[in-house]
Structure formats: structure tokens, C-alpha cells
Design a protein around this ligand. Sequence first.
Ligand code: URA
Length: 206
Amino acid sequence: MEARDPRRQDAPPASVQGVWAGVEACRRCDLWRCGNGVAGEGPAHAKLMFVGEQPGDQEEQARRPFVGPAGRILDKALAEAAVPRAETFVTNAVKHFKHVPRGKRRLHKTPDAGEVIACRWWLEAERRIVRPRVIVALGATAALAVFGKATPIGKFRQTAIQLPDQAQGVVTYHPSYLLRVPDAEAKRKAYGMFVDDLAFAWKLAA
Ligand code: URA
């Protein structure tokens, strides 16, 4: 079995710092070539965990999840839902920024299922360390990583889904999706549902 083979069984890290170090040295897929790894941040035993898709351009440089445009929407919605971000653990399904260069810019590229599955090893390590009561999957990629299968947001939002590790899973939109909704009224409605979903998850975790 090769070092980058996702079936490879290393001893899983026992701390958030161990996950950061492991992600830094990770060769489970080729995305390590894309720049800095960004693992999760927040209290080691937060009751609520947010899982996004992957770090973006600003997150890769700052080495922190959700600090760019999507992070600003998340922060605004969290404030409106009265959810203190500092009390939650924020991470991503994939720990590297998959992108393609376009001149001076780096354009986001959605990670494929193989990359999500390879990186799930780190998300599972974070889940074992933090042991949150509730895990919120932000968007379809995160839902695939958290639930291990496609979980349509329209069908499952505002639903507590039992996970094998005793946590409850909740699925909602990815904040970047809210930026892309073209129609102003539809955007306002989707954002309102997002705020409601965050409040629902926080209440569930109480
Ligand atoms: N989008 C994500 O899914 N995660 C981040 O950390 C930033 C943008």
C-alpha cells in the first residue's frame, strides 16, 4: 500500500494540534500540492461543529477556516441566529484549497468524491477529538463527508439526522451558495432559511 493510499491506517491524532500536524504532512491525495493545509479551529470540546467544503484562497493564506467572503456571510448569519462562533468548532471536509490558476487569481475547483473520501480520515479524527453533539454540514460536499452519502439539502434541512458516533447531523446551504443566488428575493429567502437552520442546530446542541 502506498503512503498516499487512503486505506492506509496510521494512528489517528488525539488532539486538534495533532490533526494540524498530520494535515501538514498528508499525502492521502494530491491536494497537498495546492498550498497550506487548513484544519479545524475552535474549542476542543465544542458542542457544535460546522463542516464546510474546503478552504478558499484567503483561508489558505491565513491558515484559518472561513475567514474570506463565505466566512463573512457565515459570521453575519451566526450573529443573527445568536450562535457564538467562538464556542463552535469550524472545519472543512477537505483540508486543502483545490484550485486552478487564472492569471494572478486562483479559482476554486470543487473537490471530487475521491478527495472527499481521502480527507474524511481527518474529519473523522476531528469528530473523535471534539465529540460535538451536533454537526452542521454546510453544502453538498460537506454533507457527503459527514453522512457518507449524498444528502439533499431541500429534503433534509431542519431535520436532525442520527450519526453513528452519537452526534446528530444537520444539513444546510453553503454560505457561498447564498452569494450566488441571482434573484434578490430568492437570495433573501435562502439567507433567512440559513439563519433559521443555524438557530435550529444551536438549539439542538443545547
Ligand atoms: N468555503 C468553505 O467551504 N470553507 C472555508 O473555509 C472557506 C470557504
